[in-house]
Ligand binder design. Structure first.
Ligand code: SF4
Ligand code: F3S
Length: 124
């Protein structure tokens, strides 16, 4: 009798990329500091907010500290009140155009930065 067939062990873990999500604080602020640091240009621009294309984001975290209003979270860390923005980023990223360079924020961005409840002001 021969020895049993050799079965190799595989310890490799699957590499699963997360996405990052732009949330409510971005609405009417749109500072765009985040855009400049993204190595894969995965921000998309709407009339008064940006979103991240989840199919392009490489989970590098570079954009998170750049946002003056802390609007960007890892998918797993999105606050409970903001979870709708995960699907919203995915949906709007299919419609909105890429933005690859920083641009001046709206003149009243600093005023809107103090406003917490802005969901209903999102323009598509
Ligand atoms: Fe771009 Fe990295 Fe931010 Fe994803 S986490 S949006 S790849 S800067
Ligand atoms: Fe919005 Fe912050 Fe970027 S306000 S445009 S997520 S820097």
């Amino acid at each position: 009798m021969g020895s049993p067939a050799f079965v190799p062990k595989c310890n490799a873990k699957l590499l699963i990329l997360m996405t990052y999500v732009v949330t409510e604080s971005c609405i009417k602020c749109k500072y765009t500091d985040c855009v400049d640091v993204c190595p894969v240009d995965c921000f998309r621009e709407g009339p008064n907010m940006l979103v991240i294309d989840p199919g392009e984001c490489i989970d590098c975290t570079l954009c998170v500290p750049e946002c003056p209003v802390e609007a960007i979270f890892a998918e797993d860390d999105v606050p409970d009140a903001q979870t709708a923005f995960t699907a919203l980023n995915a949906e709007l990223a299919k419609i909105w155009k890429p933005i690859i360079e920083r641009k001046p924020a709206p003149a009243d961005a600093d005023e809107w930065a103090k406003v917490k409840e802005k969901k209903n002001l999102l323009e598509r």
